[in-house]
Design a protein around this ligand. Structure first.
Ligand code: HAM
Length: 426
């Protein structure tokens, strides 16, 4: 049987991993810039955590989770998103008790959703996410949005829009829930079975139903923004005013409700019209979740955050090959004695911090020079029988094409002295 990666998963091969590392490095630099620290949480959690946090009427929980029983019969789930685990860890480790009230956390890693795979949608995908816990201020909402905008700008993504909306506080959401029920009540029997359940349990979720999305009543449904309480309205107005002051372009999108249940107040998405992704695809999204910490057993603590799909960022970045640094030295031994010596030298060079490799295929010079080229080696080090006898190596600089004999004891010094240009081998 020929084994294949499971549907909806991909292998990131060595030729692509450099670009992933570059993306990760850039994201880490932005996090340092915003004083956001990394947190790493388990890939699987108790299923109940996601039912609670994400909500059991959402598609993510009701249709897309990878859930299994462990050997003791406990129900576990591969995380479909990062916020629930971060908040669980925040509560469990009592991070709310730290002297710094605003905890700013980021994470990167694989998430799992049983969805229909397509361009930019996988069953195992990666998210980069940020959560800011402890402060309710609209300034923190805007700090999150700024960070998300910084990410897409730093990546040079074009045709990007920031969409924002507000779901309001509990009072606003209760009023909105009632308005939605009144709106859909006359056509309830025309909606799918799931929507009939949602109507009772969580009418907001009717709005992201994939089956009923073209029902005429969808277009005329009431909008959250018209049901905001006075204080929720003030919060949202301040968010908009701050974005205006900072000259950040945004669109108020009254239809934006997000697909997870924990949100309150501000929600936002970064939408890309990049043709590589398909018009109007969401590269990232997030919002405020003021009830979630309490829902998961912690003290009343506000939170706000966002996550990007890293595959979507990679697609939008395009696939120009990534230029890696190139090796410092490629060692080319000819014959078995030379190979023994090469092993000694490569070990010594690596211990001195140089990046190097050597031929392990016993090829002739031509083949070995091709490898030196492919690895973009700064120096090729040729060791033949003659060199072994004389206790020297032949160093060819692949930039200046200069070739010199160097005594074994002077190799490190030679490389250091002859390193030219801006190539830093430290
Ligand atoms: P989300 O909108 O469900 O939010 O996911 C965030 C991003 O993950 C999406 O915008 C998309 O780019 C990417 N994504 C989601 N599903 C897939 C998939 N199947 N394949 C590839 N990419 C995907 C959340 O997960 C929230 N936890 C965000 C958040 C953080 N809200 C507050 N804090």
């Amino acid at each position: 049987m020929a084994y294949k990666a499971p549907r909806g998963t991909v292998d990131i091969l060595p030729a692509q991993s450099g670009k992933w590392q570059e993306l990760e490095q850039l994201l880490r630099t932005i996090c340092a810039n915003y004083n956001v620290k990394e947190m790493r949480t388990p890939i699987f959690e108790h299923t109940e955590l996601f039912n609670r946090a994400v909500g059991d009427t959402t598609d993510v929980v009701s249709k897309e989770m990878y859930t299994f029983e462990d050997k003791k019969g406990r129900s576990m789930t591969l995380r479909p998103e990062g916020t629930a685990g971060i908040v669980r860890a925040y509560v469990e480790n009592k991070l709310y008790g730290l002297p710094e009230k605003l905890q700013k956390i980021y994470y990167m890693g694989p998430m799992f959703r049983y969805e229909r795979p397509q361009n930019g949608r996988q069953r195992q995908f990666h998210q980069f996410g940020v959560e800011m816990l402890g402060v309710e201020s609209p300034y923190v909402d805007v700090e999150c949005m700024l960070m998300a905008v910084t990410v897409v700008e730093a990546l040079g993504l074009k045709n990007i829009q920031l969409h924002i909306n507000s779901l309001g506080d509990q009072e606003s959401r209760d009023a909105y829930r009632e308005a939605l029920q009144n709106h859909f009540q006359p056509v309830l029997n025309e909606l799918c079975h799931d929507c009939q359940v949602r109507y009772e349990k969580n009418p907001l979720r009717i709005l992201d139903c994939k089956v009923d999305k073209d029902h005429p009543m969808m277009k005329t449904a009431p909008q959250t923004i018209d049901y905001l309480s006075e204080s929720a309205r003030a919060h949202f107005d301040k968010v908009c005013a701050l974005l205006d002051d900072l000259e950040i372009d945004y669109v108020v999108d009254p239809n934006l409700v997000r697909g997870l249940d924990y949100y309150s107040h501000t929600v936002f998405e970064i939408i890309s019209d990049d043709p590589k992704l398909g018009a109007g695809s969401t590269v990232g999204g997030g919002g405020r979740y003021n009830g979630l910490v309490e829902e998961l057993g912690g003290p009343q603590t506000p939170g706000v955050g966002f996550a990007f799909g890293m595959e979507r960022l990679m697609i939008a970045l395009g696939d120009e090959p990534q230029e890696d640094e190139g090796l410092d030295v490629y060692i080319m031994p000819l014959g078995s004695e030379a190979k023994d010596l090469a092993m000694q030298i490569i070990t010594m060079l690596r211990a001195n911090g140089f990046t190097c490799d050597m031929d392990q295929c016993d090829r002739g010079l031509k083949g070995q020079f091709k490898s030196a080229d492919r690895y973009r080696a700064h120096f090729s080090m040729i060791i033949g029988e003659e060199e072994v006898k004389k206790e020297v190596v032949n160093m060819k600089c692949n930039h200046s094409k200069e070739q010199v004999e160097v005594p074994l004891e002077n190799i490190v010094e030679f490389i250091e002295n002859h390193y030219e240009g801006d190539h830093d081998h430290e």
